[in-house]
Design a protein around this ligand. Structure first.
Ligand code: MN
Length: 760
């Protein structure tokens, strides 16, 4: 069928595009390639829908271009291609991918889509439009964190139709792949949002490859130097690594061949970001990481032979190499709840090096790469379905819970549904999944909220443990209840799961409501003889006692924090209530009317060095107060951003600060673009950690370089030695990042120094 013959009844759609003939033919070719990558057989109706969707996208976006100058049309084509080729999704998702930005960016309406493409496609496009319109919103007067609200919306859509999330993820993936043309501060914002939300979501849905790629793309933007460094190192060591992998694999081949099944064995380097994370976390050199690669064995066997084939292969590997027992991970008998199945072991390979070996079947491998999408393909074949269902049910349960504020919700969600899991057993031997770090009290709430409320003590493997005991894999847990037990607010510090947390919050709230009703009754009894109407004056009274609300006032009365007996008769003066109080009954703070001062934009400068070198959103900050955050101590040359705190102060953070991801993702509406204006400054404080071999002369060598050679002002120096090893901390005043980098390089060159790292 000719694309141009398709009849589309959307009158406002332009007939002409601005594309050059060359661009038109590139777009058509990309579209045909996308159609060819759809794995399911297309019937005539599907085929017509896809071509019609392309035609609508072509004419709707025909005059738009991306920041890079490329026709906008290439974006929806590519999003559809990612859905089909990389996620393995079917024709509906391809149609939704082609149309995903049409309603938002052009004059085509939701009704047009429904009329032309039916309700299913229209619903997906509507959800996608809603999601992105939320992203753009940056109103500061609305919810505390619009991003958290947005995140909640994204998760709500998973519960409805998972395809919405998958198309959205394809959209994000393509935007991340083509972020180069964006201005730096936008790149950072998108990257942080991606590593905060989309990468964990990809992991959660079992898309390990996509997760790895998203994390690498994020790192290449947030920490370009570190990314380039690790990538180069991986390349530089490739040849040596390949030789080692061959020497590891060779002895296994005769035995594997003798099994008579088709297999594929190879070594695979881990992702740049996962290696960079290890370097950062463990503060070790690249050469010291033993698991830069893993050996993967993929077996081609029918479903019923999977388990035995995998264990046979395990036996072959461990016949040749000694395994490390505690490193055996059997995710075949108990798959991860994102569907991941595999058998992992770490063995001692040639030359005394630890090597991780991952054994799995073709089907399991597809699950690991395509996660949720592969799950559909194998639906009904095994227990995957219920595994995803469990997770979705948990997600729905959290979403339906009304008493969550968005930030709390986001934290709960991240710590619960994105966390690794442990398995524990009930006294009857029933298996329960809990997030890693869950406590004995969480288990009680997991079984039943009543059991949680009445939980008095917990036994783990027959021993009594505290309620705060952190459960471990395979433990058997039983709960001892008491009818007099009540939930405490302190319990919130003990539990980790969202379910327990929300139940406790609810119970505490109800208890407090009950208590404040007792307080209210007491106040009523007090006011009645004075003929003062409670409802009319309660708010004034609450303000007077510096309470946050009338319920707070009642509660303080219940707690005896406000002693009613000490209130001398209250009087009405000019229609206002005036309580007369003795000295003992003074309100908690005499300054009860003061409101926190808001720092205006033009308050005089108070920054650390007395000099302004920063522009925020392009505006010179010479006379405006800001401080350099002491969690990361930025120095000129560092990549930075500004953050407006809840008290309206401006803090400057490094883009690589440990708090950056959270601030940028959850509080994006408070983040401002910040740049250095010039470099001639009094100096900036930076702290270095230095360690290496303890040598008599090390102190002298260090100070010689710092003070004499580089003429850097040293603020403090501390060092401790232990059995030939030393650890030191040096605080220096440097001019800018360049000087700091030179210092680090020079110190690393010292023979006795092994590690020099800047402390965040
Ligand atoms: Mn898009």
């Amino acid at each position: 069928m000719e694309v141009r013959d398709i009849i589309i009844n959307i009158p406002q759609l332009a007939t002409e595009t601005d594309l050059t003939p060359a661009e038109e033919s590139i777009a058509y070719a990309a579209f045909e390639e996308m159609v060819a990558s759809i794995r399911t057989d297309l019937n005539e109706v599907d085929d017509l829908q896809i071509r019609k969707a392309f035609e609508v996208a072509r004419r709707a976006h025909g005059k738009q271009r991306r920041k890079s100058g490329e026709p906008y049309l290439m974006h929806p084509i590519e999003v559809a291609r990612i859905c089909a080729a990389e996620f393995g999704l079917g024709p509906t998702s391809a149609v939704a991918g082609l149309l995903h930005d049409v309603v938002e960016d052009t004059n085509v309406t939701q009704e047009d889509i429904e009329r032309e493409f039916g309700k299913k496609v229209a619903d997906i496009v509507a959800s996608l439009t809603k999601l992105s319109s939320l992203t753009i919103r940056t109103l500061s007067e609305t919810p505390e964190s619009p991003q958290a609200e947005n995140f909640k919306k994204i998760l709500l859509t998973i519960a409805k139709d998972v395809r919405v999330v998958l198309v959205k993820m394809a959209d994000r993936l393509h935007n991340m792949r083509t972020l180069g043309a964006m201005p730096r501060h936008k790149q950072l914002k998108i990257a942080y949002e991606t590593s905060f939300i989309y990468a964990p979501l990809a992991h959660r849905l079992g898309f390990y490859n996509i997760k790895g790629e998203l994390e690498d793309l994020c790192l290449s933007i947030t920490e370009p130097e570190q990314y380039a460094f690790v990538k180069q190192k991986i390349q530089d060591t490739a040849q040596e690594r390949d030789a080692y992998i061959q020497s590891f694999i060779a002895p296994l081949l005769p035995d594997l061949n003798a099994e008579g099944i088709k297999y594929n064995i190879f070594g695979r380097a881990k992702s740049v970001s996962s290696i960079a994370n290890k370097l950062k976390k463990k503060q070790i050199a690249f050469e010291e990481i033993y698991d830069i690669f893993a050996i993967r064995v993929i077996l081609d066997v029918p479903k019923e032979k999977e388990k035995s084939a995998c264990w046979n292969t395990y036996a072959i590997v461990t016949d040749h190499y000694t395994p490390v027992p505690e490193r055996l991970k059997d995710w075949i008998s108990t798959p991860k709840s994102n569907g991941y199945e595999s058998l992992h072991t770490t063995v001692m390979g040639p030359k005394g090096r630890f090597v991780e070996v991952q054994i799995r079947t073709e089907r399991m491998n597809e699950m690991a790469e395509m996660g949720f999408a592969a799950h559909w393909k194998y639906k009904g074949l095994n227990s995957q379905e219920s595994i995803f269902e469990d997770w979705l049910n948990k997600a729905r349960e959290m979403l339906e819970n009304p008493n969550h504020d968005a930030i709390e919700f986001l934290n709960d969600f991240k710590s619960n549904l994105f966390a690794e899991e442990i398995y524990v057993f009930t006294p009857k031997g029933e298996m329960k999944l809990l997030p890693k770090g869950a406590t004995a009290l969480d288990f009680a709430f997991e079984i039943h909220s009543e059991l949680g409320y009445r939980c008095k003590a917990v036994k783990v493997d027959q021993r009594i443990v505290p309620l705060s005991y952190v459960l471990k894999n395979g433990e058997q847990v039983s709960i001892i209840t008491s009818n007099t037990q009540k939930p405490h607010e302190d319990w919130l510090k003990i539990v980790k799961t969202g379910k327990a947390r929300s139940r406790i919050r609810q119970a505490v709230k109800e208890e407090r409501m009950h208590q404040s009703s007792i307080g209210k009754a007491a106040l009523e009894r007090k006011l009645k003889p004075m003929k003062i109407n409670l409802e009319e004056h309660v708010d004034a009274l609450a303000r007077f006692y510096n309470c946050t609300s009338r319920h707070d006032l009642y509660y303080q009365i219940y707690l005896d924090q406000i002693n009613l007996d000490l209130i001398k008769p209250l009087r009405l003066e000019n229609g206002k209530i005036v309580p007369d109080f003795t000295d003992n009954s003074k309100p908690k703070s005499p300054d009860h009317t003061s409101i926190e001062p808001i720092v205006t934009k033009h308050r005089p400068s108070l920054n650390k060095t007395g000099k302004a070198r920063i522009a925020i959103e392009g505006e010179d900050m010479t006379n405006i107060a800001y401080v350099f955050s002491d969690c990361c101590n930025p120095v000129p040359g560092d990549d930075i951003f500004a953050y407006v705190t809840s008290k309206h102060n401006i803090k400057i953070h490094r883009a690589t600060c440990n708090n950056a991801e959270y601030l940028q993702a959850a509080y994006a509406h408070r983040v401002r673009k910040a740049e250095w204006m010039d470099d001639n400054s009094a100096g900036f404080i930076a702290e270095l950690q230095v360690s290496g071999m303890d040598d008599m002369g090390v102190v002298q060598h260090l100070s010689e370089i710092i003070t004499n050679k580089l003429r850097i002002n040293m603020r403090s120096f501390s060092m401790s030695g232990n059995e030939g090893h030393f650890e030191g901390r040096i605080t220096v005043m440097v001019q800018n990042k360049e000087q700091l980098d030179t210092l680090i390089k020079e110190l690393k060159n010292l023979e006795e120094v092994q590690i020099v790292a800047r402390i965040q």
